[in-house]
Design a protein around this ligand. Structure first.
Ligand code: NDP
Length: 461
């Protein structure tokens, strides 16, 4: 008889955990997945999926306005926040049921409990006190919003978690942060009619993205009426009669109905008993793993945001899948974390893959830049003042396309396809050989012929 109750114990039923559990069970492993909240994790329950539904909702406002230029009369469209939230909740319920059904179909046992490591092989289910002896363990507990320093009035501040369940659409909202979540929610609330102020501590939003993308997106957000305040932080939030009074670091005060912080997320490691099992953290407080997602304890693995590598759902899914295949199907898969396409569902949308211009100029001797900014055809009759932006970063010596950066409608859809070409090491000449699809915005990818700039790195002394 086995010394273990299960072959694979997964802590956390989010994107990475669910995938790993299901694949492991399909390979014949006895699997338990423990989840203290809802099955689906951040992405399904309070992240990517509900966010995208809210993004869709927010974009109708423009559509109604733009329709006029195309001859439509759309009289006084009225938005109802409660209807949107109720419908979104129904969809999330449906998805959670689908996740549960898929796990059950694969014969994964789902345990509704917090799970804590007692030692390197024993896991305690907090709900029942039961101890489960597991041969292999996977930690896939994700991340949690981090609000930064403990300022006065922090109890009045919400994160994106609460934004999905607000009773009412705020008339005025202040969002602190300049990353994915901050710019996405700024677009959502603005589209739905809120007055939005975005406060960011640095020079410009979306640090780490290509500078042209950051500049272009900021300009477009400002054109939409979002007030972008940079080089400032929120120092205090005070409840006043008619809302919340926010004090910024330059002593400006702004009164709003809601304050949301989107100031990053921390790996969810506290209270997991990692120290009892000997699982080590890295300097950033994330679980330290090797290229196989193996922790400092060889039979304990960790995937997804809790490892703080590339905090994106598809990455967690790949990592979880690889762990299951390697452990229970004799594979030797190392997840490739290079050139990952990603989208920011801001308004307008951003889609990027590969190197920014700044990164390329640092790493490559000669870099060619192609870029284009134009008004999409649909905006002409609509009369909307918004522009798309496309940029290709090319290795001037080999002609390989190192990076692609798009701002505009459907940028997320486009970058997924560009990603295939980039992973195949496509050159600029390969892009140019492709016939344009006309009239589209995407045709810009294959019609940018004139270099905007060439940078030659100076030889080191
Ligand atoms: P990000 O790391 O993207 O952004 C955090 C922002 O908060 C940065 O602008 C950062 O500034 C700022 N910040 C951090 N600490 C403080 C502080 N103490 N005071 C003021 N500002 C601060 O995190 P998000 O919360 O936006 O998103 C978390 C992760 O979730 C993302 O990294 C992404 O991987 C994932 N995500 C992906 C999405 C997608 O794929 N579309 C959508 C949403 C989330 P600075 O730049 O100066 O560090």
């Amino acid at each position: 008889m086995s010394d273990f109750d299960v072959d694979f114990f997964v802590i956390g039923a989010g994107s990475g955990g669910v995938r790993a559990a299901r694949i492991a069970a399909n390979h014949g492993a006895r699997v338990i997945v423990a989840e203290e909240y809802r099955v689906g994790g951040t992405c399904v329950i309070r992240g990517c999926v509900p966010k995208k539904l809210l993004v869709y909702a927010s974009r109708f406002a423009d559509d109604f306005e733009d329709a006029a230029g195309y001859g439509w009369t759309v009289q006084n469209p009225v938005f109802n926040w409660q209807t949107l939230i109720a419908n979104k909740d129904l969809e999330i319920d449906r998805l959670e049921r689908a996740y549960i059904a898929n796990l059950e179909r694969s014969k994964v046992k789902i345990v509704r409990s917090r799970a804590v490591l007692e030692d390197a092989h024993r896991v305690r289910l907090v709900a029942t006190g039961e101890i489960v002896r597991a041969k292999h363990i996977l930690i896939a507990t994700g991340g949690w919003p981090s609000h930064g320093a403990d300022i006065a009035g922090l109890e009045h501040v919400i994160s994106s978690n609460e934004a999905f369940h607000l009773k009412e659409l705020p008339k005025r909202i202040l969002i602190q942060g300049g990353g994915y979540i901050a710019v996405e929610f700024a677009g959502i609330f603005r589209g739905l009619g809120s007055e939005v102020t975005l406060v960011y501590r640095g020079d410009n939003i979306l640090r780490g993205f290509d500078d042209d993308v950051r500049e272009h997106l900021r300009g477009e957000m400002e054109k939409r009426g979002i007030r972008v305040v940079t080089r400032k932080i929120v120092e205090a939030v005070e409840k006043v009669d008619h809302g919340l009074c926010v004090s910024l670091s330059d002593h400006e005060t702004i009164t709003v109905d809601q304050v949301m912080f989107a100031t990053g997320r921390r790996p969810n490691v506290s209270g997991l008993g990692l120290e009892h099992a000997g699982v080590q953290l890295n300097a950033m407080g994330a679980i330290k793993v090797d290229k196989y997602s193996r922790t400092s304890v060889p039979h304990i693995y960790a995937v997804g945001d809790v490892t703080d590598r590339v905090n994106l759902t598809p990455v967690a899914i790949r990592e979880g899948h690889a762990v299951a295949d390697n452990l229970f199907d004799g594979k030797d898969i190392v997840v490739d974390h290079s050139d990952i396409p990603t989208a920011v569902f801001s308004e307008p949308e951003v889609g990027v893959i590969g190197l920014t211009e700044a990164q390329a100029r640092q790493d490559y001797a000669r870099v060619d830049i192609y870029k284009s900014s134009f008004r999409a055809m649909k905006m002409t009759l609509a009369g909307r003042d918004t522009r798309c932006f496309f940029k290709l970063v090319v290795d001037g010596e080999t002609d390989r396309v190192l990076g692609c950066h798009i701002v505009g409608p459907d940028a997320g859809e486009m970058i997924q396809l560009v990603g295939i070409a980039i992973k195949m090491n496509a050159t600029k000449a390969d892009f140019d050989r492709v016939m344009a699809v006309h009239p589209t915005a995407a045709e810009e990818l294959v019609t940018m012929r004139t270099k905007a700039a060439t940078y030659v790195r100076e030889a080191a002394e």
